[in-house]
Design a protein around this ligand. Sequence first.
Ligand code: PEP
Ligand code: MG
Length: 324
Amino acid sequence: RRLELRALLDQPTVTKDGHHVELAANIGSVEDLQKVLSNGAEGVGLFRTEFLYMGRSSLPSEEEQFQVYKHVLERMNNKPVVIRTLDIGGDKELPYMKLPVETNPFLGLRAVRLCLSKQELFRTQLRALLRASSCGQLKIMFPMIAVKEELLEAKKLLAEEKEKLQQEGIPVSDSLEVGIMIEIPAAALAADILAKEVDFFSIGTNDLIQYTMAADRMNENVSYLYQPCHPSILRLVRMVIQAAEKEGKWVGMCGEMAGDETAIPLLLGLGLHEFSMSASSILPARALMKDLSREEWAGYAEEAIQMGSERQIQQFVHDKIGRV
Ligand code: PEP
Ligand code: MG
Protein backbone atom coordinates (compact mmCIF):
# COMPACT_ATOMS: atom_id res chain seq x y z
CA ARG A 1 0.00 0.00 0.00
CA ARG A 2 2.91 2.32 0.74
CA LEU A 3 4.23 1.87 -2.78
CA GLU A 4 0.79 2.47 -4.24
CA LEU A 5 0.57 5.72 -2.32
CA ARG A 6 4.05 6.80 -3.43
CA ALA A 7 2.89 6.50 -7.04
CA LEU A 8 0.36 9.27 -6.35
CA LEU A 9 2.97 11.71 -5.09
CA ASP A 10 3.12 14.05 -8.05
CA GLN A 11 -0.35 13.32 -9.35
CA PRO A 12 -3.20 15.82 -9.27
CA THR A 13 -6.18 14.78 -7.16
CA VAL A 14 -8.90 13.69 -9.56
CA THR A 15 -12.09 11.81 -8.73
CA LYS A 16 -13.30 8.76 -10.63
CA ASP A 17 -15.59 11.01 -12.67
CA GLY A 18 -12.88 13.49 -13.54
CA HIS A 19 -13.32 16.33 -11.03
CA HIS A 20 -10.18 17.97 -9.74
CA VAL A 21 -10.03 18.89 -6.07
CA GLU A 22 -7.11 20.45 -4.29
CA LEU A 23 -5.38 18.65 -1.43
CA ALA A 24 -3.40 21.05 0.71
CA ALA A 25 -1.57 20.80 4.02
CA ASN A 26 -1.83 22.53 7.38
CA ILE A 27 1.40 23.87 8.85
CA GLY A 28 2.37 25.58 12.08
CA SER A 29 5.96 26.45 11.30
CA VAL A 30 8.65 26.46 8.63
CA GLU A 31 9.88 23.08 9.91
CA ASP A 32 6.63 21.46 8.72
CA LEU A 33 7.36 22.29 5.06
CA GLN A 34 9.57 19.28 4.46
CA LYS A 35 6.69 16.91 5.17
CA VAL A 36 4.34 19.00 3.05
CA LEU A 37 6.60 18.70 0.03
CA SER A 38 7.46 15.04 0.55
CA ASN A 39 3.77 14.11 0.79
CA GLY A 40 2.74 15.74 -2.46
CA ALA A 41 0.56 18.57 -1.18
CA GLU A 42 -0.85 20.87 -3.85
CA GLY A 43 -0.48 23.86 -1.56
CA VAL A 44 -0.67 25.06 2.03
CA GLY A 45 -4.32 25.46 3.06
CA LEU A 46 -3.61 26.79 6.54
CA PHE A 47 -0.49 28.31 8.03
CA ARG A 48 -1.23 28.89 11.73
CA THR A 49 0.92 31.96 12.38
CA GLU A 50 0.35 32.04 16.14
CA PHE A 51 3.37 29.82 16.65
CA LEU A 52 5.51 32.74 15.48
CA TYR A 53 4.23 34.67 18.49
CA MET A 54 4.39 31.91 21.10
CA GLY A 55 7.25 30.58 23.19
CA ARG A 56 9.11 33.91 23.33
CA SER A 57 9.05 37.10 25.38
CA SER A 58 8.06 39.79 22.89
CA LEU A 59 6.17 40.27 19.64
CA PRO A 60 7.89 39.25 16.38
CA SER A 61 8.90 42.26 14.28
CA GLU A 62 7.57 43.00 10.81
CA GLU A 63 10.91 42.04 9.28
CA GLU A 64 11.07 38.75 11.15
CA GLN A 65 7.56 37.82 10.03
CA PHE A 66 8.27 38.92 6.47
CA GLN A 67 11.27 36.58 6.29
CA VAL A 68 9.17 33.63 7.49
CA TYR A 69 6.27 34.27 5.10
CA LYS A 70 8.65 34.82 2.19
CA HIS A 71 10.47 31.59 2.99
CA VAL A 72 7.22 29.59 3.02
CA LEU A 73 6.02 31.10 -0.26
CA GLU A 74 9.35 30.49 -1.95
CA ARG A 75 9.60 26.89 -0.76
CA MET A 76 6.09 26.25 -2.07
CA ASN A 77 7.27 27.40 -5.47
CA ASN A 78 4.17 29.28 -6.63
CA LYS A 79 1.69 26.76 -5.24
CA PRO A 80 -1.14 28.44 -3.28
CA VAL A 81 -0.37 29.28 0.35
CA VAL A 82 -3.13 30.37 2.74
CA ILE A 83 -1.69 32.28 5.69
CA ARG A 84 -4.02 32.88 8.61
CA THR A 85 -3.60 36.05 10.64
CA LEU A 86 -2.96 35.70 14.36
CA ASP A 87 -5.43 33.44 16.18
CA ILE A 88 -4.48 33.95 19.78
CA GLY A 89 -6.74 33.88 22.85
CA GLY A 90 -8.98 30.97 23.73
CA ASP A 91 -6.54 28.33 24.96
CA LYS A 92 -3.52 29.96 23.29
CA GLU A 93 -1.96 32.58 25.52
CA LEU A 94 0.80 35.14 25.05
CA PRO A 95 2.07 35.90 28.56
CA TYR A 96 4.00 39.00 27.43
CA MET A 97 0.84 40.61 26.11
CA LYS A 98 -1.10 40.73 29.36
CA LEU A 99 -4.40 39.86 27.80
CA PRO A 100 -7.50 40.31 29.95
CA VAL A 101 -8.48 37.33 32.11
CA GLU A 102 -11.86 36.14 30.91
CA THR A 103 -14.40 33.70 32.34
CA ASN A 104 -15.09 32.20 28.90
CA PRO A 105 -11.92 32.64 26.82
CA PHE A 106 -13.32 30.67 23.88
CA LEU A 107 -16.21 33.13 23.72
CA GLY A 108 -14.00 36.12 24.40
CA LEU A 109 -11.46 38.41 22.85
CA ARG A 110 -9.63 35.98 20.57
CA ALA A 111 -8.30 35.87 17.01
CA VAL A 112 -9.55 38.66 14.75
CA ARG A 113 -11.43 40.23 17.66
CA LEU A 114 -8.16 40.73 19.50
CA CYS A 115 -6.36 41.89 16.36
CA LEU A 116 -8.99 44.54 15.68
CA SER A 117 -8.64 45.79 19.24
CA LYS A 118 -4.82 45.89 18.98
CA GLN A 119 -4.45 47.53 15.62
CA GLU A 120 -0.71 48.11 15.72
CA LEU A 121 -0.04 44.42 16.25
CA PHE A 122 -2.44 43.58 13.41
CA ARG A 123 -1.05 46.20 11.02
CA THR A 124 2.46 44.87 11.57
CA GLN A 125 1.39 41.38 10.52
CA LEU A 126 -0.59 42.67 7.55
CA ARG A 127 2.42 44.66 6.30
CA ALA A 128 4.68 41.62 6.59
CA LEU A 129 2.15 39.57 4.63
CA LEU A 130 1.67 42.22 1.95
CA ARG A 131 5.42 42.56 1.49
CA ALA A 132 5.74 38.78 1.10
CA SER A 133 2.83 38.58 -1.35
CA SER A 134 5.05 39.14 -4.37
CA CYS A 135 7.07 35.98 -3.53
CA GLY A 136 4.37 33.48 -4.48
CA GLN A 137 0.66 32.77 -4.53
CA LEU A 138 -0.40 34.19 -1.17
CA LYS A 139 -3.93 34.11 0.22
CA ILE A 140 -4.62 35.94 3.47
CA MET A 141 -7.23 34.50 5.81
CA PHE A 142 -8.92 36.08 8.84
CA PRO A 143 -9.94 33.68 11.65
CA MET A 144 -13.08 33.77 13.81
CA ILE A 145 -15.11 36.21 11.76
CA ALA A 146 -18.62 36.36 13.26
CA VAL A 147 -20.14 39.38 11.50
CA LYS A 148 -19.59 41.36 8.32
CA GLU A 149 -18.37 44.47 10.16
CA GLU A 150 -15.30 42.63 11.46
CA LEU A 151 -14.43 41.51 7.96
CA LEU A 152 -14.89 44.99 6.51
CA GLU A 153 -12.73 46.49 9.24
CA ALA A 154 -9.96 43.92 8.68
CA LYS A 155 -10.12 44.52 4.93
CA LYS A 156 -9.95 48.27 5.50
CA LEU A 157 -6.76 47.96 7.56
CA LEU A 158 -5.29 45.68 4.90
CA ALA A 159 -6.12 48.17 2.14
CA GLU A 160 -4.58 51.02 4.15
CA GLU A 161 -1.33 49.14 4.68
CA LYS A 162 -1.24 48.15 1.03
CA GLU A 163 -1.66 51.76 0.00
CA LYS A 164 1.18 52.85 2.30
CA LEU A 165 3.52 50.18 0.96
CA GLN A 166 2.78 51.09 -2.61
CA GLN A 167 3.54 54.71 -1.85
CA GLU A 168 6.87 53.58 -0.44
CA GLY A 169 7.49 51.80 -3.75
CA ILE A 170 7.30 48.30 -2.25
CA PRO A 171 5.69 45.78 -4.61
CA VAL A 172 2.48 44.07 -3.54
CA SER A 173 0.95 41.23 -5.55
CA ASP A 174 -2.22 42.18 -7.41
CA SER A 175 -3.49 38.59 -7.38
CA LEU A 176 -3.52 38.42 -3.58
CA GLU A 177 -6.75 36.76 -2.39
CA VAL A 178 -8.48 37.59 0.89
CA GLY A 179 -10.72 35.09 2.64
CA ILE A 180 -12.10 34.14 6.01
CA MET A 181 -12.49 31.08 8.15
CA ILE A 182 -16.03 29.92 8.72
CA GLU A 183 -15.82 28.55 12.24
CA ILE A 184 -18.63 30.35 14.05
CA PRO A 185 -22.21 29.19 13.39
CA ALA A 186 -23.34 32.80 12.84
CA ALA A 187 -20.89 33.11 9.96
CA ALA A 188 -22.05 29.82 8.42
CA LEU A 189 -25.68 30.89 8.66
CA ALA A 190 -24.91 34.25 7.05
CA ALA A 191 -22.43 32.86 4.52
CA ASP A 192 -24.43 34.36 1.65
CA ILE A 193 -23.82 37.83 3.07
CA LEU A 194 -20.13 37.23 3.79
CA ALA A 195 -19.50 35.57 0.42
CA LYS A 196 -19.97 38.90 -1.33
CA GLU A 197 -16.98 40.34 0.58
CA VAL A 198 -14.35 37.60 0.17
CA ASP A 199 -12.41 35.64 -2.43
CA PHE A 200 -12.78 32.36 -0.53
CA PHE A 201 -13.96 30.60 2.61
CA SER A 202 -12.15 27.94 4.59
CA ILE A 203 -14.33 26.01 7.01
CA GLY A 204 -12.68 25.54 10.40
CA THR A 205 -14.54 22.53 11.67
CA ASN A 206 -12.58 22.20 14.90
CA ASP A 207 -14.19 25.36 16.17
CA LEU A 208 -17.37 25.14 14.10
CA ILE A 209 -18.25 21.81 15.72
CA GLN A 210 -17.35 23.09 19.19
CA TYR A 211 -19.54 26.17 18.84
CA THR A 212 -22.42 24.42 17.08
CA MET A 213 -22.60 21.63 19.66
CA ALA A 214 -21.73 23.94 22.58
CA ALA A 215 -19.10 21.37 23.56
CA ASP A 216 -15.52 22.36 24.41
CA ARG A 217 -13.26 20.65 21.87
CA MET A 218 -10.76 19.71 24.60
CA ASN A 219 -13.23 18.46 27.21
CA GLU A 220 -13.36 14.67 27.31
CA ASN A 221 -16.56 14.67 29.35
CA VAL A 222 -18.48 15.96 26.34
CA SER A 223 -16.37 14.45 23.57
CA TYR A 224 -19.35 12.33 22.47
CA LEU A 225 -20.83 15.55 21.10
CA TYR A 226 -17.85 16.13 18.86
CA GLN A 227 -19.54 14.79 15.72
CA PRO A 228 -18.17 15.95 12.37
CA CYS A 229 -20.70 13.87 10.42
CA HIS A 230 -23.71 14.96 12.44
CA PRO A 231 -26.49 16.26 10.16
CA SER A 232 -26.26 19.69 11.86
CA ILE A 233 -22.63 20.06 10.82
CA LEU A 234 -23.16 18.67 7.32
CA ARG A 235 -26.06 21.06 6.80
CA LEU A 236 -23.93 24.03 7.82
CA VAL A 237 -21.17 22.89 5.49
CA ARG A 238 -23.63 22.54 2.63
CA MET A 239 -25.04 25.98 3.35
CA VAL A 240 -21.58 27.55 3.23
CA ILE A 241 -20.62 25.83 -0.03
CA GLN A 242 -23.89 26.75 -1.73
CA ALA A 243 -23.62 30.39 -0.63
CA ALA A 244 -20.06 30.64 -1.93
CA GLU A 245 -20.92 28.98 -5.23
CA LYS A 246 -23.67 31.52 -5.85
CA GLU A 247 -21.02 34.23 -5.69
CA GLY A 248 -18.48 32.25 -7.68
CA LYS A 249 -16.10 31.86 -4.71
CA TRP A 250 -14.19 28.75 -3.72
CA VAL A 251 -14.53 26.89 -0.42
CA GLY A 252 -11.93 24.89 1.44
CA MET A 253 -11.86 23.16 4.79
CA CYS A 254 -8.91 23.23 7.17
CA GLY A 255 -10.32 21.59 10.30
CA GLU A 256 -9.55 17.96 11.16
CA MET A 257 -12.73 16.89 9.38
CA ALA A 258 -11.11 17.57 5.98
CA GLY A 259 -8.77 14.59 6.46
CA ASP A 260 -11.36 12.23 7.97
CA GLU A 261 -11.90 9.29 5.63
CA THR A 262 -15.56 8.95 6.56
CA ALA A 263 -16.24 12.65 6.01
CA ILE A 264 -14.28 12.98 2.75
CA PRO A 265 -16.82 11.28 0.44
CA LEU A 266 -19.62 13.44 1.87
CA LEU A 267 -17.58 16.65 1.56
CA LEU A 268 -16.72 15.77 -2.00
CA GLY A 269 -20.42 15.20 -2.71
CA LEU A 270 -21.31 18.54 -1.15
CA GLY A 271 -18.90 20.18 -3.59
CA LEU A 272 -15.98 21.22 -1.38
CA HIS A 273 -13.15 22.53 -3.58
CA GLU A 274 -10.10 22.35 -1.34
CA PHE A 275 -9.22 19.99 1.54
CA SER A 276 -6.43 21.00 3.90
CA MET A 277 -5.09 18.44 6.35
CA SER A 278 -1.99 17.21 8.10
CA ALA A 279 0.64 16.24 5.55
CA SER A 280 0.54 12.55 6.43
CA SER A 281 -3.15 12.32 5.44
CA ILE A 282 -2.67 13.66 1.92
CA LEU A 283 -1.69 10.55 0.00
CA PRO A 284 -4.34 8.32 1.63
CA ALA A 285 -6.95 11.01 0.87
CA ARG A 286 -5.78 11.23 -2.75
CA ALA A 287 -6.04 7.45 -3.11
CA LEU A 288 -9.54 7.46 -1.62
CA MET A 289 -10.76 10.27 -3.88
CA LYS A 290 -9.58 8.49 -7.01
CA ASP A 291 -12.14 5.80 -6.27
CA LEU A 292 -15.05 8.16 -5.60
CA SER A 293 -17.45 9.70 -8.09
CA ARG A 294 -18.40 13.24 -7.12
CA GLU A 295 -21.64 12.96 -9.03
CA GLU A 296 -22.62 9.83 -7.17
CA TRP A 297 -21.64 11.26 -3.80
CA ALA A 298 -23.66 14.42 -4.44
CA GLY A 299 -26.72 12.16 -4.29
CA TYR A 300 -25.48 10.16 -1.30
CA ALA A 301 -24.67 13.35 0.63
CA GLU A 302 -28.23 14.59 0.16
CA GLU A 303 -29.50 11.26 1.46
CA ALA A 304 -27.13 11.32 4.42
CA ILE A 305 -28.07 14.81 5.47
CA GLN A 306 -31.66 13.63 6.03
CA MET A 307 -30.61 10.89 8.45
CA GLY A 308 -31.17 11.14 12.19
CA SER A 309 -27.70 10.68 13.67
CA GLU A 310 -23.99 10.69 13.02
CA ARG A 311 -23.88 6.95 13.71
CA GLN A 312 -26.35 6.25 10.89
CA ILE A 313 -24.49 8.51 8.50
CA GLN A 314 -21.14 6.87 9.26
CA GLN A 315 -22.66 3.45 8.69
CA PHE A 316 -24.18 4.61 5.41
CA VAL A 317 -20.82 5.94 4.16
CA HIS A 318 -18.99 2.79 5.20
CA ASP A 319 -21.55 0.61 3.41
CA LYS A 320 -21.16 2.64 0.24
CA ILE A 321 -17.38 2.65 0.17
CA GLY A 322 -17.17 -0.95 1.33
CA ARG A 323 -14.98 -0.31 4.34
CA VAL A 324 -15.64 -0.72 8.03
C1 PEP B 1 -10.48 25.10 13.15
O1 PEP B 1 -11.03 25.71 14.06
O2 PEP B 1 -11.02 24.16 12.53
C2 PEP B 1 -9.12 25.44 12.73
C3 PEP B 1 -8.55 24.91 11.65
O3 PEP B 1 -8.43 26.33 13.51
P1 PEP B 1 -7.72 25.93 14.88
O4 PEP B 1 -7.77 24.44 15.00
O5 PEP B 1 -6.36 26.50 14.78
O6 PEP B 1 -8.59 26.64 15.88
MG1 MG C 1 -10.23 27.59 14.79
